[in-house]
Design a protein around this ligand. Structure first.
Ligand SMILES: Nc1ncnc2c1ncn2[C@@H]1O[C@H](COP(=O)(O)OP(=O)(O)OP(=O)(O)O)[C@@H](O)[C@H]1O
Length: 258
């Protein structure tokens, strides 16, 4: 399946009743099994675009469509936000199988998939724990397992690790790549962290702000695993620097506006 974002524009009315164009002339596709990262300074429209792709917001004009899906079939989406909204009254297992329950899956299917995805995110043994008993990193893992359990056509992730401390974040990035290598899900991932983008992406889409437009698309031509190793350090730095130069001016402007 291929996801096509076609001429998308989004306008909002701000608190002073002025119309603000958050996104303009957005065109790109996410290919089957591709990991695309949206990067850009604060306020450039990353979350708005992710929400439009996920059908949580409608574009003011343009459209998002899914090529290669049976026409009667709705795409299945797995969504992971910065603050994972786990149900506090449900255990890890009950949270993970929530989407399956909604789809009317049998008890056996829920048990099999629940076990499989809990194992995949490294939470075996914590099935009966409640969210408040887990660390931040473990809660994000449970949220990822919940998103994976519905076996989505597209995984959408909006700054999923930005609330975590730096070490946990690094480990979670490694784990996400390991999970991705097993599932090969088409993924759209939002971050303002350039290193994270270069570490994870097959392709980075750089957005500019006011209005949010695509400034550049950069294919990361490095092996998917081991990008942090010494032999790739120079290329990694080159990509990071290239992206920073594209963002720098907008990031400075965003800082002035606060
Ligand atoms: N519901 C809304 N009403 C009015 N303006 C909005 C609304 N949602 C977003 N905007 C505006 O649209 C622009 C893009 O916002 P968005 O949150 O998508 O940016 P972002 O790149 O995800 O930012 P950040 O990195 O800070 O999360 C901003 O100028 C924001 O103020």
């Amino acid at each position: 399946m291929r996801i096509v974002v076609d001429q998308v524009e989004k306008r909002f009315v701000d608190s002073k009743k002025r119309e603000v164009t958050a996104l303009k002339n957005i065109n790109f596709a996410i290919e089957e099994q591709e990991f695309v990262v949206l990067v850009g300074p604060s306020g450039c429209g990353k979350s708005t675009l992710l929400n439009i792709v996920g059908g949580l917001l409608s574009p003011s004009s343009g459209e998002v469509y899914f090529e290669g899906l049976a026409s009667e079939k709705e795409p299945r989406l797995g969504i992971v936000f910065q603050e994972i909204a786990l149900f506090p009254w449900r255990t890890v297992y009950e949270n993970v199988v929530f989407g399956l329950e909604e789809q009317g899956a049998s008890k056996q299917e829920m048990q099999e998939k629940g076990r499989h995805y809990i194992e995949m995110v490294g939470l075996t043994g914590f099935e009966s724990a409640y969210p408040k008993q887990l660390s931040g990193g473990m809660r994000q893992r449970a949220g990822i397992a919940r998103a994976l359990a519905v076996e989505p056509d597209l995984l959408l992730m909006d700054e999923p690790f930005s609330a975590l401390d730096a070490q946990t974040r690094t480990l979670m990035q490694e784990e996400l790549l390991a999970i991705w290598s097993r599932t090969r899900l088409s993924t759209l991932y939002v971050t303002h962290n350039i290193q994270e983008a270069v570490y994870l992406a097959d392709r980075v889409i750089v957005l500019s702000r006011h209005p949010g437009q695509i400034k550049a698309e950069i294919r990361i031509d490095l092996p998917k695993t081991g990008r942090d190793q010494e032999e790739h350090r120079a290329a990694f730095e080159r990509y990071s620097n290239e992206i920073w130069q594209l963002i720098r001016h907008d990031a400075q402007e965003a800082l002035k506006e606060g």
